[in-house]
Design a binder for this molecule. Sequence first.
Ligand code: IPD
Length: 300
Amino acid sequence: MADINLPEIRDTLVSLAFEAGRTILAANPSATSADTKLNAVDIVTETDKAVEVLISSRLSTLYPSFSFIGEETYVKGVTTVTDAPTFIVDPIDGTQNFVHGFPHACISLGFAVEKIPSVGVVYNPFLDILYTGVRGQGSYMQRNASEGSNAKEPQRLPLNGGKGKLNKLCNSLVAFEGGSQRDGENFEIKMRAFRNLLESGKGMVGGFRSLGSAALNICGVAAGQLDLYWEGGCYAWDVAAGWCILNEAGGKMFGGNPGVWEPELDSRKYLAVRGATEGQKEIVEEFWGLLGGEEMVYEH
Ligand code: IPD
């Protein structure tokens, strides 16, 4: 790790994110053909594939000795996250949003060393908002990010220096996602959890949101705009970049299943919690308590 220049990698990923962002903005998703993967709602467009080719080819030229994992070239049961320095990339996180022109989709570019998220760049080209994080060096959000001299000053995360204590779930703004798997035991567990989180007399979260992009949900938690984000079923490329940004903002990633305090990067079950002066452990335990001891199980 000592001889890897993480800020230089961040700068490379930022310029790649802007280039990919221009490709995404130039695409006409209604005229772009979309294939399906797991089922009819798990879609991939030509633009997802083109952006991944752009990013992987640039990174393999610049950093030939580093590994690369991308959503569109992942092979089930074969692609694994190892200890090697690895770029972990989702070319478009929020593909459903992209296809519908709902402006919450991003390029998610993570870099992990020994499976520790060490650089994160998440860029929403529709809103021109950039999130970056470098291990040990803080994380930032920048508006009008691609506009050169008109770009706003990067703001250190969490915004406004953080909001202090985390209270109970009923005072919290919580994000969770349906995900693309819409059947089976994991789906049933999620549906029971959604009910417990929303129902009066149980968690009754103050508000719940689904941005439709795991990376943007995590960045919202890093910024302190959301208190928590929970999901089972997403992959390392959905979370790697945001995870670094979250850590550097004083937040923490816990496991999506009860009792998992230090989740693996590729565990596919995550609970992101914003930075707080106190109450992190308590709200995680309150959240896990609503899962009724049930555990989601996902293959890699
Ligand atoms: C999806 C989004 C979505 C989450 C899914 C992811 P994609 O990524 O992050 O919010 O619920 O689990 O697969 O398919 O748009 O790259």
